[in-house]
Design a protein around this ligand. Structure first.
Ligand code: PLP
Length: 492
């Protein structure tokens, strides 16, 4: 591999980018040591460049974000938190962590920020435990004579532990658009405490706050959890706060999907969770366009417990990723990010309008965020077949269960579509119309293939006319040529 040499030879020095030079040098260098690894980085770039990325949970982080992760910060242990470490020599990690926290506070105007969680799932675990430890442990310890944990007898500790796991959370169900970590039976969240879920109204397919209120009054959850992975409407957090207050619950919001829309000031007033929630978790890599990771914001009363995320839940923080988070937060703290966030939603609305005009069914009838879920059952195909047929044409999205899905969570009857990544490439309203037209063309022309014994149609295999496939692939190719991914990265 001689990417850097070719880049320097072929590109006018005035148009050379230092980020690209660093990147290409790294790939060339890695190739000498581990050719398979270097090649897979290059192949991933080629793969991403040849598909329209409509996966609602993915994005393209900047080269600056990516470069901040590839360095010696990864070598450092920094258990504890900025200014309070269990390891020596963490001054430079402190600088990165404080910088990241500073940007989070400035963007979201929150009381306290914690930027260590390695992922959204970890952020939720820290938040769940911080809440129940704060609520239950402090009151039980008071009744046990204010002893420290180390001072409790085994019997006392067991009594306390039982109180902790007896807590209950109430989050949105998976088939209504909630996330696995919101109390799904196969996730630790429903095993470490009791879990009940609320759903959407089957008619409107939107949240019914009165129904949530009634259920919360009956269930009396310790944590009322708002947030989603596949729900295309905004949430009124003032209403969720009222419900939490009525039943004495802590209001937790998981804004993993829409934190970029909060940062970008698309969601404001009662749609901004920060003023209303006790604790807010997020990923950094979806609409927020940062590195893979998570973070937490909370009211001051939870700050001390949240800061103990390590060792409560986490092992050592990842200082190199925290550095990349700081870069991403800095990028999100700008006017241009706000414009980007507004364009994400504008693009999603245009896509949805095109689908609705063609008579496709969108769950809840449309979108006012960055995603939508299409019901593909009217085409007599499963979500899995739709996903695979579209992928074969260069359109990458993912299948998604819909409410009471007769095809179950593996094959599903829906597909989830999101606009954050294409918006990052610079695509706008005109391009969304082309994207919608091609998705519709593929869906209309995809049929289930029959299983090998020709007894029943397969739920996974599909047939798609090759002329349709070639026509769509060519339009996808043209779009991607016009809006290239990382144009400064010349890998030739
Ligand atoms: N919370 C929500 C709402 C999500 O959508 C996701 C990921 O899709 C997560 C949490 C988990 O994030 P991660 O994959 O970083 O653990």
């Amino acid at each position: 591999m001689q990417y850097l040499k070719n880049y320097l030879k072929n590109r006018d020095p005035k148009n050379q980018s230092l980020a690209a030079i660093s990147y290409l040098a790294a790939v060339d260098h890695l190739h000498k040591k581990a050719p398979k690894i270097a090649q897979s980085i290059v192949e991933e770039l080629k793969g991403q460049r040849s598909h329209l990325k409509l996966i609602a949970s993915e994005n393209y982080s900047s080269l600056d974000v990516q470069l901040a992760m590839g360095n010696l910060l990864t070598d450092k242990y920094a258990e504890g938190y900025a200014g309070h470490r269990f390891y020596a020599g963490c001054e430079n990690v402190d600088v990165c962590e404080e910088e990241a926290m500073h940007h989070v506070k400035s963007i979201f105007n929150c009381d306290h920020a914690y930027v260590q969680p390695h992922s959204g799932a970890d952020a939720n675990l820290v938040a769940f435990w911080a809440v129940i430890v704060h609520k239950v442990q402090s009151s039980k310890l008071a009744s046990m004579g204010k002893k420290r944990l180390e001072e409790l007898s085994d019997e006392e500790y067991e009594t306390l532990r039982k109180h902790l796991v007896d807590c209950k959370m109430m989050g949105l169900s998976l088939d209504a658009g909630g996330h696995l970590t919101h109390g799904y039976r196969h996730n630790i969240s429903s095993k470490m405490m009791r879990s009940v879920t609320y759903s959407i109204d089957p008619k409107t397919e939107t949240l019914d706050y009165q129904a949530i209120r009634e259920q919360a009054k009956k269930e009396k959850p310790t944590i009322l959890l708002a947030g989603y992975s596949a729900y295309s409407r905004r949430i009124n957090f003032a209403k969720m706060r009222e419900i939490a207050d009525e039943v004495g619950a802590v209001l937790m919001v998981d804004m993993a999907h829409f934190s970029g829309l909060v940062a970008g000031k698309v969601f404001q007033g009662e749609e901004d969770p920060i003023p209303y929630a006790d604790i807010v978790t997020s990923t950094t890599h979806k609409t927020l366009r940062g590195p893979r990771g998570g973070f937490i914001m909370c009211k001051q009363e939870y700050a001390e417990t949240v800061n103990k995320g390590c060792p409560l839940v986490l092992g050592g923080p990842l200082p190199h990723v925290i550095a990349a988070k700081a870069i991403a937060f800095q990028e999100a703290n700008t006017g241009s990010f706000q414009k980007y966030a507004h364009r994400i939603v504008e693009n999603a609305k245009v896509l949805a309008e095109c689908f609705l005009k063609e008579g496709l069914r969108i769950i809840s009838g449309g979108t006012d965020n960055h995603l939508m879920v299409l019901d593909v059952s009217s085409y007599k195909i499963t979500g899995r077949q739709a996903e695979e047929a579209l992928l074969s044409c260069g359109i990458c999205l993912n299948r998604n269960a819909i409410l009471n899905d007769t095809n179950g969570p593996w094959y599903t009857s829906g597909v989830r579509i999101g606009t954050p990544a294409l918006t990052t490439l610079g695509m706008g309203v005109d391009e969304m119309k082309v994207v919608a037209k091609n998705i519709i063309k593929v869906l209309k022309n995809t049929k289930p293939a029959w299983n090998s014994k020709k007894e029943a149609p397969s739920l996974a295999k599909f047939e798609l006319d090759s002329s349709v496939k070639e026509a769509v692939k060519s339009e996808v190719f043209h779009l991607l040529q016009t809006f290239p991914l990382y144009p400064e990265l010349a890998l030739e």
